[in-house]
Design a protein. Structure first.
Lengths: 170, 374
């Protein structure tokens, strides 16, 4: 067991993978976080505290793939939770929904609800198509009622122009 | 200590001048020879991947019910043969029976249980809102990738094989898994778990193939065209895997090391904190990617905490010790030298508080750290 270890010592930065407890003193939450987040790794983390709010603050601020409050190692035994790290600890997840889905190719699928087989014509481009589409966008996405109404009005005007142009051409 | 004096880890990828054809297996606790296991070279890996791919087409069509039946067989096997599996893990990895049953058997059983109970829910096609196309139906299908390659480390031989293989399988993939050369002896026994389960349910044994070898065997997995590679190991070897995967654009999951903090706040329940720290540091002799490698203690409770973890009651070997190797590591022999180099190198101010510096190979002393029971 090593006591009075300081963050600058190599033993606090390099993974030991051995039976050595390195104990370092921290003045409080702020320093604890600074030291905890101060390596290139970020796999798991454990916080021993009886305060729920403090626990929550650590959960939000610790840069790691998992944070366990008041028990070491238990997150791994909850197989619903993902396991993995950030930074030098790697990327990707095992366990849980994330680990399961990582073994799959998520495939996006779009199918017909009804047996309607009319093409959505986007070509050839005709006069006023630009204005028409702009009207659609404004009507769909305009923020607020007035914006939408303006879009709707533009749409209506453009449609009328297109119709009369078609009638004239006949 | 300057970084250039950092002892180099002999566990890092070694490239033998002549490619060995066999792995010499040994019980790290006693030094006893466990025999030899043939190396699967790149050609063997390629054949395994091909066979796995051929078998996977039928498996991908299997219903979730059928997949659950296979997992159920695996679960039954592990429960029924727990003692035997514990024994082989202990011999191959030099660990204690307690560690094997709590740290390997238990997680594997829980993984099986969860996957059987919840797996389908997460893998079923997921309906999504139609958005601005109300005349269309949107969904996400979770299709299997094909063949998943896994490179496993040595610290939890059984868990490192079944843990990642089970979800990959349940998702409809086949698996080719390269076992660590340090624990090759047990791989044949683990292969049987899968073989018997597949046979009982009428599926091909080629769906899960365990291969043995050194670093080139693992690298060959990427080249053999697996559809996903899951690698657990050192950062250095992880980078090599990414470099290999760039050639084939193979997606990779990397589980590398850690330097996990365990923070003891001034409002911690001190006995709980002491226990958590001892477990976190010494379980499996610290050979855990998620071991608590740094214990950060608030000023106000520092002295009490240090007193707690160095209390005399922590150092006695437990009466239920079953093996002479109370503190044997799972790692290959060179790791002992590496650890003692760390110990001997002065670390500028840090003080050793325990006489456990006498790292004896395979022998626990009366002052050995509390890791002796798991």
């Amino acid at each position: 067991m090593l006591v009075d270890v300081t963050p600058d010592m190599p033993i606090m930065q390099e993974e030991l993978f051995g039976p050595v407890m390195c104990i370092a003193r921290v003045s409080g939450e702020a320093q604890a976080l600074e030291v905890a987040n101060g390596t290139r790794f970020g796999l798991g983390s454990t916080v021993m505290t009886t305060s729920f709010s403090r626990a929550r603050r650590f959960v939000e601020a610790l840069r790691a793939g998992s944070t366990s409050i008041n028990d070491f190692g238990l997150p791994y035994m909850n197989m619903a939770l993902p396991f993995g790290g950030v930074g030098g600890s790697g990327f990707g997840r095992l366990n849980g929904r994330e680990g399961l889905r990582a073994c799959t190719v998520p495939k996006a699928v779009l199918e017909d609800r009804l047996p309607l087989h009319m093409p959505s014509k986007v070509f050839p481009v005709a006069p006023l198509d630009y204005e028409l589409f702009r009207g659609v966008l404004r009507a769909l996405y305009g923020r607020g009622a007035s914006s939408k109404l303006k879009g709707g009005a533009e749409l209506a005007v453009t449609l009328r122009s297109k119709l009369s142009a078609r009638l004239r051409s006949r | 200590m300057h970084m250039s004096e950092t002892p180099t880890d002999p566990n890092r990828a070694a490239h033998p001048a002549r490619e060995p054809r066999v792995i010499e297996c040994e019980d790290p606790a006693t030094g006893a020879s466990l025999g030899f296991v043939p190396v699967d070279g790149p050609e063997g890996v390629r054949r395994a991947v091909e066979a796995a791919r051929a078998a996977q087409t039928a498996w991908a069509e299997a219903s979730f019910t059928a997949r659950r039946r296979v997992l159920g067989r695996i679960l039954e096997h592990v429960v029924t043969h727990a003692d035997e599996l514990v024994e082989i893990v202990c011999r191959d990895a030099g660990k204690t029976r307690e560690n094997a049953i709590m740290g390997e058997i238990w997680p594997v059983l829980e993984k099986l249980r969860w996957t059987m109970a919840q797996g389908e829910r997460h893998l079923r096609p997921e309906r999504m809102p139609s958005g601005i196309f109300p005349h269309k139906r949107a969904s996400i299908r979770y299709a299997p990738r094909g063949v998943v390659g896994i490179v496993a480390p040595w610290n939890y031989p059984l868990q490192n094989v079944l843990g990642p293989a089970i979800p990959a399988l349940f998702a409809g993939n086949a698996v080719v898994l390269k076992v660590s050369e340090a624990v090759a002896f047990s791989s044949a026994r683990f292969q049987r778990i899968f073989d018997e389960a597949f046979e009982a349910e009428g599926f091909s044994r080629d769906l899960v193939r365990l291969v043995n070898g050194f670093v080139p065997t693992g690298a060959a997995l990427v080249g053999a065209g697996v559809d996903l590679l899951i690698f657990t190991g050192s950062m250095e070897n992880g980078k090599k895997i990414i470099a290999e995967s760039a050639e084939t654009l193979t997606p990779v999951i990397l589980e590398l090391g850690g330097k996990d903090p365990l923070i003891v706040c001034d409002d911690a329940a001190l006995p709980q904190a002491v226990h958590a720290a001892l477990v976190g540091v010494f379980i499996a002799a610290g050979q855990n990617c998620m071991a608590a490698e740094r214990v950060l203690v608030f000023d106000a409770v520092y002295d009490d905490f240090v007193r707690g973890v160095t209390a005399p009651s922590c150092g006695r070997a437990r009466p239920w010790e079953t093996r002479p190797s109370t503190w044997a590591p799972a790692s290959p022999r060179p790791r002992w030298r590496w650890w003692s180099a760390w110990w001997r190198t002065p670390s500028r101010g840090g003080r050793a508080r325990s006489s456990a510096a006498s790292v004896g190979r395979g022998r626990g002393t009366s002052s050995s750290p509390p890791c002796s029971w798991t």
